[in-house]
Design a protein around this ligand. Structure first.
Ligand code: NDP
Length: 337
């Protein structure tokens, strides 16, 4: 089969492309400009014509994916901005929402061979900012960030703007699917990962150009920029990028994934857990908070994963494994520049 991957040059997407190719799928990846295609072609050159890269310049335009969806069996939609420097909330909301609906509209009109559409959402669309420890599941929707953005507009926090873009995009996907499901041969699967960490396969010239989540990891663990108290206090939940890529393959191959919203999480962490793991491997890692006791950590944001466990059966790497692989990878790729 052939799978369309939007935003194929992104941190997560390039691992999705690799997982698909490794499992024998052909891939058509979209990028925004020809300059972003070269690295993908280079990384996967051993796969020959199993990988095709096409340019979709503006994903927000109706009909943007009309050509790209033709002849594919499945779609993995990942392209969406993830950064925390938008001024107007619409800088994130418009590409997130319209990018999603334009893929779905093209799949409706021109995707006669499409049987499955996977939308990469986020736990940003699940969680509600809270000062109490909470465990979320797939029935939860982020309402708090939407409220903050509707009340404060451009003065809302950067995270609220990003989370709103992901929440509205996922809602738009489900609405579109509910409205059109009798007219299409495909069904929708939505994946909701928390923070994604792991080795880097996409093009990164300097550490400053790492994607958002790996930039956080790099500045916190390698550069030691977070204060001791915060290292022990702050955290969230996470998943390894390679496990999330595997989930994207399972989401198109498992019949029982049809129509499901699935949280893909390895578990909660405090930043010091990563520091401690990294220091067990390298003495050059800044020390962080030595008095932190993981057994006493209170996790504010955790997720139930029983649904994805039974539907997809993803196996999750742990913090030690991911840390070891990230350190080797950063040393080879990022520090050498
Ligand atoms: P990257 O920034 O590496 O990738 C983002 C991808 O989306 C790139 O291909 C990028 O293209 C594309 N993109 C961004 N803005 C636009 C736009 N306005 N129009 C068209 N394409 C655009 O980040 P990730 O790989 O981390 O993010 C991929 C997806 O994963 C996003 O949907 C994000 O919300 C989601 N996600 C990420 C998490 C994480 O921790 N990393 C956690 C949960 C969800 P270009 O290179 O041209 O800018």
């Amino acid at each position: 089969g052939k799978v369309l991957v939007t935003g194929a040059n992104g941190y997560i997407a390039i691992w999705v492309v690799q997982a698909l190719l490794n499992q024998g799928f052909s891939v058509r990846g979209t990028v925004r400009s020809e300059s972003k295609a070269g690295h993908l072609r280079e990384v996967f050159k051993s796969f020959g014509d199993k990988l095709e890269i096409v340019v979709v310049q503006d994903i927000t335009k109706d009909g943007a994916f009309d050509e790209a969806v033709k002849g594919v069996d499945a779609i993995e939609h990942t392209a969406s901005p993830f950064h925390l420097h938008a001024v107007e909330p619409d800088e994130l909301i418009i590409p997130a929402v319209q990018g999603t609906t334009s893929v779905l509209k093209s799949a409706l009109k021109h995707g006669s061979s499409v049987r499955r559409v996977v939308v990469l959402s986020s736990c940003a669309a699940v969680l509600n900012p809270s000062t109490e420890p909470r465990v979320f599941n797939e029935t939860n929707w982020n309402e708090g960030s939407l409220q903050e953005v509707s009340e404060k507009g451009k003065d809302a926090s950067p995270l609220a703007k990003y989370r709103t873009s992901k929440t509205l995009a996922e809602k738009a996907a489900w609405e579109f699917y509910e409205k059109n499901k009798s007219a299409v041969e495909w069904n929708l699967v939505v994946l909701n990962p928390p923070f994604v960490f792991g080795p880097i396969l996409h093009a990164v010239d300097v550490p400053e150009n790492l994607n958002s989540s790996m930039n956080d990891w790099y500045t916190t663990i390698i550069q030691g920029k977070m204060d001791k108290e915060s290292l022990a206090k702050l955290g969230s939940s996470w998943v390894d990028v390679r496990d999330l890529a595997e989930a994207h393959v399972l989401a198109i191959t498992k019949p029982e994934a049809a129509g499901q919203r699935l949280i893909i999480s390895a578990g909660p962490y405090k930043w010091q857990d990563w520091v401690s793991a990294a220091r067990r491997i390298s003495k050059y890692i800044p020390q962080g908070n030595d008095s932190y006791n993981p057994a006493e950590a209170v996790h504010m944001i955790a997720y139930e994963t029983t649904k994805a466990d039974s539907v997809l059966g993803v196996k999750y790497r742990g913090i030690d494994q991911s840390t070891a692989d990230i350190l080797v990878d950063l040393k080879a790729k990022v520090f050498s520049h």
